[in-house]
Ligand binder design. Structure first.
Ligand code: HEC
Length: 155
């Protein structure tokens, strides 16, 4: 069965007389999204942070388990600066510029999508957590930040 051994198809990296650029393997068309990849069409700007607040909604339904996971991640990644209750008094302060309290008037106005935007892209002296914390886990932290905003004494 020689046909099975000697393929008539062009090899991926071989020269191709049919395509316009002479290559067999073609580049993906502009705007192609790899399988399993979810685009995040926002930049690290104040305008895009606000837009994220309008356009993004927490896809993770709240539950005790979700909140417990959010708390665990918060304590691992955020507490060091933001403090146990989110008052902006973590052990690294004042070695870093003091973060705002989650219960300040400005931060109480933040919508879930905007908090997610900050965790994903960072802001000022706060870096992005996109490479360490998965998308789903970031949304769980958002639940926990909002929980801190609601439950702790306001100041
Ligand atoms: C290295 C210290 C540090 C760590 C760790 C840190 N932050 Fe921040 N965070 C800051 C500082 C400083 C600001 C103020 C940034 C600014 O306004 O320029 C800030 C701002 C914020 C804001 C308000 C953003 C705004 O638009 O005013 C939120 C919400 C926030 N952080 C959440 C988090 C969460 C959630 C984590 C953990 C995933 C975290 N931060 C980890 C230092 C930190």
């Amino acid at each position: 069965m020689p046909d099975m051994v000697h393929s008539h198809a062009y090899e991926s990296y071989s020269v191709n007389p049919v395509t316009s650029d002479g290559k067999t393997m073609q580049a993906p068309v502009t705007g192609t999204v790899p399988r399993g990849f979810l685009p995040f069409p926002f930049q690290a700007t104040p305008e895009d942070a606000l837009r994220a607040g309008e356009e993004l909604f927490n896809p993770v339904p709240p539950s005790e388990e979700v909140l417990a996971r959010g708390q665990h991640l918060y304590e691992a990644f955020c507490l060091v600066c933001h403090g146990e209750t989110g008052a902006g008094d973590g052990p690294l302060v004042p070695k870093i510029p003091t973060p705002p309290s989650y219960r300040s008037a400005a931060l109480l106005k933040m919508k879930a999508g905007q908090i997610y935007h900050v965790i994903t892209l960072g802001k000022g002296n706060m870096s992005s957590y996109a490479s360490q914390v998965s998308r789903r886990d970031r949304w769980k932290i958002v639940h926990y930040v909002q929980h801190l905003q609601q439950t702790e004494e306001s100041q």
